[in-house]
Design a protein around this ligand. Structure first.
Ligand code: NDP
Length: 331
């Protein structure tokens, strides 16, 4: 290290020490993973501060009815559930701050602590950081699709499929998720139309085999959605064949979009190990990342299950992992 660089880093370190807010536990993200981590962390006296992100409550705040979270026999709407989770975390002393973490420095320049910048202007040094920033479902981007989100357009068949019991639905996508969700929907709905934009599917051969052998799944290749039809609720689709440009219409009541998710990890790029799609790697059977004192839970590290209950489960794990990490530091 050159002498100039050494003094530059020293200056930065001293500046942080003088100005930065010192916190024990920071949880980034306020979905089921973040709030569950907060409940456990607060009860363990880890003084958690939750930085909510731009969508406080996470993906569930855009979900109408949650019927598959244990403990709600009559179901619960997503926003209500998130408010209750927040209250439960606050009951044990969690501080919830509306804000967005805009930069992180996990290089441990601050004497072993992790540096977070909130809303570009506030610096925090944290002993442990729990990342629970989730993932965002991709959508097609059609105005009619966006207008009817919550009115028949969904990005989660396991969450919303039941509402279309005995009805005809369509699903866009041709990966493992789309194939798995089409298969799931075929058990509930009378007919599932799968819309595949190319002349073949991306899903594994085993998944393709499965959907090809289900009688009430029809696969339309080279087909894209031109418009989602319906005023208040989905009534059908106008489709376009991208080979010959012919259009057609089908009648459905539910449209499922299964074209992938984007993990919300852009601020962690080059700071933490992640896969090619941006999902954070955690050590098997735990929520430890490659950075000591930084943990990840929920959809930001899970592209397979992606359920509120699994997110909550890994949120709990991350607080326990963090608690053990802090305890080991004090020995
Ligand atoms: P993928 O990225 O694998 O697939 C996305 C699919 O959506 C592709 O078929 C793609 O088409 C299609 N698509 C993308 N954009 C559009 C668009 N604008 N219009 C129409 N179609 C579009 O995402 P998945 O969520 O399916 O899977 C993510 C990862 O998770 C994969 O690695 C998958 O294997 C894994 N996974 C594994 C499971 C399991 O093992 N049980 C279950 C679920 C997921 P195209 O092929 O033309 O690019």
């Amino acid at each position: 290290m050159s002498l100039v660089y050494y003094f530059y880093r020293l200056e930065i370190t001293n500046e942080h020490e003088m100005n930065a807010e010192q916190l024990k536990t920071v949880i980034i993200g306020s979905g089921p993973a973040g709030y569950t981590a907060a409940i456990y962390a607060a009860r363990a006296d880890m003084k958690p501060v939750v930085i909510t992100g731009m969508e406080p409550g996470g993906q569930l705040t855009t979900t109408t009815e949650v019927d598959n979270f244990p403990g709600y026999p009559d179901g619960v709407d997503g926003p209500t559930m998130m408010v209750e989770l927040q209250k439960q975390a606050e009951r044990f002393g969690t501080e919830v701050r509306i804000g967005r973490v805009t930069a992180v420095d996990f290089s441990k320049e601050a004497g072993g602590k992790h540096i977070l910048t909130v809303d570009d202007n506030h610096t925090i040094e944290a002993e442990v950081v729990i990342i629970a920033t989730g993932a965002s479902a991709k959508y097609l981007g059609l105005p009619s699709e966006q207008r009817l989100r919550g009115g028949g357009v969904s990005a989660c068949a396991v969450c919303d499929g039941f509402f279309y019991k005995g009805q005809e639905v369509a699903i866009v996508g041709a990966g493992d998720t789309a194939a798995e969700e089409a298969s799931y929907l075929s058990n509930i709905c009378t007919k599932v139309t799968m819309l595949v934009r190319r002349d073949e599917m991306r899903a594994s051969k085993a998944m393709q085999h499965r959907v090809n052998n289900i009688d009430n799944i029809e696969i339309k290749y080279n087909t894209e959605v031109e418009e989602v039809l319906g005023d208040q609720v989905v009534e059908g689709l106008r489709l376009i064949n991208n080979q010959d440009q012919t259009t057609s219409e089908i009648e459905i009541t539910g449209l499922f979009i299964a074209i992938g998710h984007t993990p919300n990890t852009s601020i962690f790029k080059d700071q933490i190990d992640m896969d090619d799609s941006g999902y954070i790697f955690t050590k098997e059977g735990s929520t430890h990342t490659n950075i000591p004192g930084v943990f990840a839970c929920g959809d930001v590290q899970d592209k397979e299950y992606r359920q509120a209950i699994t997110a909550a489960g890994t949120g709990c794990m991350s607080a326990l992992d963090a608690e053990r990490y802090l305890a080991a530091l004090e020995v």
